[in-house]
Design a protein around this ligand. Structure first.
Ligand code: GLY
Length: 558
């Protein structure tokens, strides 16, 4: 037998050499693992877990938990998110929906006064603005069903950092300054996130011993350590005392839901993204389907930008009309993501003339939420976007727990047609109801073909989906992750009817030409987004990763 093999070896050798050298072959596994997150401590924790023998899913739990500690302005165990998973061994893909849901006592007029007007601030500040958190349940679920290491081991880095503290950085200072009033309104938030009632200086150490205890309770008892028993009673009592409407049943009945991701194709690339209750995947596929009809690479500027804007406009109009929690409303997913439907939407796009959105309103834009991307050496991947909505969420910390509550209830349409903090309008599909999940824009995404895989996403409120779109368009042009994350950005969301843009996105000639077509332009005072991307070239086996230069994140390959 061995002799026979030996005799044949030259043939096999030649065959293997051919496979290795052939440009048609692809590497089965990446040569390294890659993690890109919005905070160096989270990236380090993810790699630490991989080194301990964990897989990408363990690393995702560790990264989520560390981000909950070091980015209290973006995400946390008082919030929720979507974790898009790809398992290499069998190609299985799922979206773990850990989105917050409305308390059972919530109703469509929760934030309206007697005249039916929205009461400003009620869905943003304090515990009445908070949905029932999904992140504790999601972390336990991912660890139990997809991870390899014990839950307590993957939570250990977050527990340590919560106990020992992390230094305040410039973004923390900006976000805490923005939310100073809300943080001062909660005694616990004030004592944890401020220093003597003021925004702490850079370098000041934020220690969260109570959050460490809460995470330790989860490490010992799993999700029940958060949603049941004496701890749950403490949360509900505090929320009620401060004007909220949570019940013990709200916490005990919270469930993670695994959902089939949304899929589509663009120029030979397969797109996999978030399904409802995120609008991300559907809006993304709608925009890409529209643009596919125009052979974009052959279109010159400024028509190219114009076409992208018109695709954005149409997808966001549908977002407002059709999308909400799929467990409460029927969403015509197949129709909305069908190329023929997009062809219909594209029919009234003129090459030289801006379309008109119907309605008008102004809005302010927040910077919130967080995203991370992970690829391990087995080829498992995770794209996760997590949020507590507005910076520092509702600003309310449950006393004695370190848990900062979200203000995700603002992602519902408080009153159909009235914009939320992102200026997004919604219809009945996203009206408030007890137990319902609020519509999101979070868009964790995979993009791939036979020879390459990308894992990407970003925070940025209503602009998340258009940022991911621009990143995919860069990839379709053959550019790498560094280009996707740094690309100057522009955005249109149907209403307000304007192109919002980073000032380096358009030069003067482009601005003039877009205006000549009838577009309203709104330069933004700040850049936006914080994209985290990972890339695997299957031809070479090489991986690459990039963290948005606008943020302080870290992309690391190891
Ligand atoms: N809170 C931001 C989002 O879910 O889109």
């Amino acid at each position: 037998m061995f002799g026979l093999l030996k005799q044949k070896a030259p043939w096999w050798g030649l065959f293997c050499a051919f496979l290795f050298l052939s440009p048609l072959t692809t590497a089965a596994v990446p040569d390294k693992a890659a993690i890109a997150t919005a905070h160096p401590l989270a990236t380090e924790a993810g790699h630490q877990i991989l080194k301990l023998g964990g897989n990408a899913f363990d690393a995702a739990v560790a990264v989520s938990a560390v981000l909950a500690v070091v980015e209290p302005y973006s995400s946390g165990i008082g919030g929720g998110g979507f974790w898009l998973l790809h398992r290499a061994s069998d190609g299985f893909e799922t979206m773990v929906d850990g989105r917050e849901r409305a308390p059972l006592a919530a109703h469509r007029d929760l934030y309206l006064d007697k005249e039916g007007e929205v009461i400003p601030g009620l869905s943003i500040n304090g515990p009445l603005a908070a949905g029932i958190p999904g992140e504790p349940a999601a972390l336990a679920h991912i660890s139990e069903h997809y991870g390899r290491l014990p839950f307590k081991d993957v939570l250990a880095p977050a527990i340590r950092i919560a106990r020992e503290g992390f230094p305040v950085e410039s973004h923390y200072v900006r976000m805490a300054t923005w939310r100073l009033k809300a943080l001062r309104a909660s005694e616990s938030a004030n004592s944890i996130f401020l220093h003597k009632g003021e925004v702490p200086a850079e370098g000041y150490l934020i220690r969260q011993p109570e959050l460490a205890e809460t995470l330790q309770r989860m490490a010992d008892a799993g999700a029940d350590g958060f949603y049941r028993g004496e701890f749950a009673e403490r949360i509900v009592d505090a929320v009620k005392l401060a004007g909220g409407i949570w019940s013990l049943e709200d916490l005990a009945s919270y469930r993670v839901i695994e959902r089939m991701p949304i899929r589509g194709n663009f120029m030979g690339l397969k797109i996999t993204s978030a399904s409802p209750p995120s609008s991300g995947g559907i809006a993304l596929i709608t925009m890409l389907n529209i643009l596919q009809g125009f052979n974009l690479p052959k279109v010159e500027e400024p028509q190219r930008t114009h076409l992208i804007v018109e695709a954005m406009r149409r997808a966001y109009r549908d977002r407002a009309d059709y999308l909400g929690d799929p467990d409460f409303v029927d969403i015509p997913v197949d129709a909305l993501t069908h190329p023929w439907y997009a062809a219909g939407l594209a029919r009234d796009i003129q090459m030289e003339r801006a379309s008109q959105s119907v309605g008008n309103q102004n809005h302010e834009e927040g910077r919130d939420t967080t995203h991370f991307s992970i690829l391990d050496r087995e080829g498992n991947r995770v794209a996760a976007t997590l949020s507590i909505n507005y910076p520092f969420g509702s600003g309310f910390v449950v006393p004695g727990t370190g848990v900062l509550l979200n203000d995700e209830m603002d992602d519902f349409s408080a009153s159909p047609g009235v914009p939320n903090v992102y200026g997004l309008v919604g219809a009945e599909a996203n009206a408030i109801a007890g137990g319902k999940r609020m519509l999101s824009s979070m868009s964790p995404t995979f993009v791939e073909d036979e020879q390459q895989v990308a894992v990407l996403g970003t925070p940025g409120g209503s602009r998340i989906i258009t940022m991911v779109l621009l990143g995919i368009l860069e990839m379709a042009e053959g550019k790498g992750p560094t280009d996707w994350v740094k690309r100057p950005r522009f955005h249109h969301q149907y209403l307000p009817d304007q192109i919002q843009y980073e000032t380096d996105a358009f030069d003067e000639s482009m601005r003039k030409q877009l205006e000549k077509m009838g577009h309203q332009l709104k330069p933004l005072e700040h850049d936006y987004g914080n994209m985290q991307a990972v890339y695997w070239n299957k031809k070479t086996g090489k991986v690459d990763a990039a963290s948005d230069p606008r943020g302080l994140g870290q992309a690391k390959i190891e």
